[in-house]
Design a protein around this ligand. Structure first.
Ligand code: ATP
Length: 753
């Protein structure tokens, strides 16, 4: 493998396409200050993928494009191409999966283009690639991005000024360990991605797990529901068969009972109407007759009473007249007050009697009696005695006899009526008894009728209930077929045994209802869809589980890879340091004619493991070159340079002279580069600070170096120029564009000044 040429076009001051051929192991570039020599070095950096604008003395991509001058227009892009001979096929490039991409080219060309808008393009043998690919490709031939193969002006002692840690990185780079670092970084990224994937997968699993469990329960429910359906079907058919028989039996039993009652009712209704047809029990007309008789009897009795009183009065008068007839002759007629009162009372009584009479004849008879009394009172007692006393008694006795006869007649009349009334009453009584018997009979029938009608009502209610039950039965068939299917309709063929009783039927129905509720809860609808979904989700879960396993395996292998790589770096680093030290010692003593120089790995305390806020820093967060001791203090590994000049006690780097520092750093850089020699080294005036004798030693080192790496040396140093096989002179014209021409040693010396 060999660096063949470099083509610069539109890059910085190189306005036009300019080509450098590296036909000799040492190629020197000379030219006056400001002619564009360093731009050549930067074009190397650029094409090799440098990302730091600062290290190319620019702020943005535009600064890298030719800016134009009075005579030349500004460029639109800068292109630099580097060509390598690859006959020995040492260039390697890996794809994402770590497989080698076929790079079966005899020549490798790498181009980088930058446009005014800052767009960068990387082209490998004519195909656009990524920066990453360029980095990988270059790392495979020991060209690291740290640029140890490009040592720019004044940068030679950068390695001396660098911190032990930065120094370590430079050395790792020089040792070609960068590629492993890349691989570790890559593995880390993959690990991150894989870990994230795993998190995502486990998140998805977490998300689907409850759903899966739910579906599983549903499927189980569905299975159970299937069994329940079979049970239910049997229960249903048994129940329906029994119920149909039961309904039939009940119906005919009720019908015959109803018929019986209706016949009985018709019979009783007939009996009642025949009793009623025999005549309604009306008021007996004899009662009125009896009441008339009673009225007559009481009239007779009052008449009798009157006659009795009349008789009494007459008898009293007779007695008085008879007593007077006995006393009359011996006494003058004196009328006593008592007599007057008696006469007055007598007259009053007659008047009262007269007032009661209807006929005038009777009244006049009474009036004539009153006249007699009054006249008698007015006559002389003798006269009275003589003429009317006995007459009076006779009259009175006649009246008395008349009254007695009257009383007797009335009495007879009363007796007659009484006998009539007694007979009539007896007749009525016997007639009433018959009616009562009939009434009682009718009442008994009525009661019976009511009983029957109550029984009939009960039967009607029962019929209603039965028809409701029969409706429920029909509904049950419908519901059953909807729930289980037409299977239910085959209940007619179900064989039953034993008695059918209502209670047992109701119990069975409740059982059916309970199963139905359970079935409803199980949500039988869409069972097959749920099963399908369950299978899908279960498959997905299985897939995710497998994915988790795969991810875990790949995490494990990535971790192992990282450990292996770190180990590899560690071993290579230690071996590399050893080799560098051998070379360093050799170059150093060659330069200084003795003394010693070596690199030492040191551990510098970096920080306490515990951070300020007290959080633990876990292993993963620690960097590769860090280590933790038993006190929890984190160390980082760095490189220290130890030198000892011959015949001098000075050991500290900062105490060295400028030239000594230069030589030391050059010796170190050269020894570093020689462990894994890069295909080429670009040196920009690393020899600027050397005097003549040191320049010679430097020239010797260049020759030694050029055996393993091609050298491109930018220099003003005569000695250095003399070691070059090819010399290029750079000039800048009035048009502001750098020009390059191959020159002879003498010309070079002239140009360099
Ligand atoms: P010295 O020997 O003093 O280090 P040198 O030969 O290395 O000088 P450079 O520093 O490479 O010279 O070149 C600087 C020249 O390039 C300057 O003249 C500068 O104006 C020019 N230059 C830099 N960038 C551009 C650009 N984008 N377009 C045109 N000219 C540019």
């Amino acid at each position: 493998m060999r660096l063949k040429s470099l083509e610069i076009n539109g890059f910085k001051s190189f306005a036009k396409k300019t080509s450098l051929e590296f036909l000799s192991p040492v190629v020197s570039v000379v030219g006056p200050n400001g002619s564009g020599k360093s731009n050549v070095l930067e074009s190397f950096r650029f094409v090799l993928g440098e990302q730091s604008m600062k290290s190319m003395r620019g702020k943005s991509g535009t600064d890298l494009i030719f800016k134009g001058s009075k005579n030349l227009p500004k460029g639109t892009r800068a292109v630099v191409t580097i060509f390598f001979d690859n006959k020995d096929k040492v260039f390697k490039l890996e794809n994402e999966s770590g497989e080698n991409i076929n790079l079966n080219y005899d020549e490798i060309s790498i181009s980088r283009e930058v446009y005014a808008d800052g767009l960068n393009k990387y082209i490998l043998n004519g195909s656009e690639v990524r920066l990453k690919d360029i980095n990988n490709l270059l790392a495979s031939v020991n060209i690291g991005s740290s640029g140890h193969h490009i040592i720019s002006q004044g940068e030679a002692d950068r390695i001396l000024n660098a911190s032990p840690k930065d120094r370590r990185e430079m050395i790792e780079d020089a040792l070609g360990l960068k590629i492993y670092q890349y691989k570790i970084k890559e593995a880390e990224r993959k690990l991150d991605r894989t870990t994230n994937n795993m998190k995502e997968v486990s998140l998805i699993r977490k998300e689907i797990t409850p759903h899966l469990n739910f579906l599983k329960r549903q499927v189980e429910k569905f299975e159970k529901a299937k069994e329940m359906k079979i049970d239910l079907s049997n229960l249903y058919r048994e129940y329906l068969k029994k119920e149909s028989v039961y309904l039939e039996n009940q119906k005919s039993a009720l019908n015959s009972e109803k018929n019986k009652i209706q016949i009985e009712m018709a019979d009783i209704a007939g009996k009642i109407s025949s009793i009623e047809d025999a005549g309604t029990i009306q008021e007996n007309p004899k009662n009125e007759e009896l009441r008339n008789l009673d009225r007559k009897i009481s009239e007779i009795r009052s008449l009798k009473g009157e006659l009795d009183r009349k008789l009494g009065r007459i008898e009293g008068m007779i007695e008085m007249e008879e007593r007077r007839a006995q006393k009359a002759p011996q006494q003058a007629h004196v009328v006593s007050h008592e007599e007057v009162l008696k006469i007055v009372s007598e007259v009053n009584n007659y008047i009262d009697e007269a007032l009661d009479k209807d006929s005038l004849a009777e009244v006049s008879a009474i009036l004539s009696r009153i006249k007699i009394i009054l006249n008698k009172f007015n006559q002389k007692p003798e006269q009275l005695e003589n003429t009317s006393n006995s007459e009076e008694i006779d009259n009175l006795k006649n009246t008395q006899a008349g009254i007695l006869t009257e009383i007797q007649n009335i009495q007879n009349e009363e007796d007659k009526i009484n006998t009539q009334a007694v007979n009539l009453r007896r007749e009525i009584d016997s007639e009433n008894e018959e009616t009562r018997i009939k009434e009682r009979e009718k009442f008994t029938y009525r009661v019976k009728q009511q009983e029957l009608s109550a029984s009939l009502n009960i039967i009607l209610v029962k019929e209603e209930n039965l028809s409701r039950r029969s409706e429920a039965f029909e509904n049950e068939i419908k519901e059953g077929s909807a729930l289980i299917g037409v299977d239910v309709l085959s209940y007619k063929n179900f064989e039953i045994s034993g008695e059918i009783n209502e209670f047992a039927q109701d119990e069975q129905k409740r059982k059916i209802e309970r199963i139905k509720i359970k079935l409803e809860d199980a949500g039988l609808g869409g069972g097959s869809e749920i099963l399908k979904e369950y299978n899908e989700v279960a498959d997905r879960e299985k897939f995710l589980m497998k994915e988790m396993e795969d991810l875990a395996v790949s995490i494990e292998s990535l971790r192992k890879l990282m450990i292996d790589l770190k180990e590899k770096i560690d071993i290579s680093f230690k071996e590399g340091i050893k080799k560098i030290n051998t070379e360093f010692q050799e170059f150093f003593s060659l330069m200084f004619g003795g003394g010693s120089a070596f690199l030492a790995v040191v551990a510098e305390q970096k920080r306490k493991k515990k951070s300020k806020n007290g959080e633990e820093i876990n292993e993963e967060e620690m960097e590769d070159d860090e280590e933790e001791n038993e006190n929890g203090i984190v160390f980082e590994h760095g490189i220290e340079i130890n030198v000892s000049l011959p015949h001098k006690k000075v050991k500290e780097l900062h105490a060295l002279s400028g030239g000594e520092r230069s030589l030391t750093s050059i010796a170190l850089l050269f020894s570093m580069s020689q462990v894994n020699p890069p295909p080429f080294l670009v040196l920009d005036e690393t020899d600027a600070a050397l005097d003549e004798s040191n320049s010679r030693k430097y020239g010797d080192m260049l020759e030694k170096l050029s055996k393993r790496s091609q050298l491109i040396v930018i220099t003003h140093n005569r000695e250095t120029m003399s070691r070059a096989g090819v010399l290029y002179g750079v000039t800048i014209g009035a048009d502001g564009a750098s020009k390059l021409l191959s020159i002879k040693f003498d010309e070079a010396q002239a140009i360099a000044k």
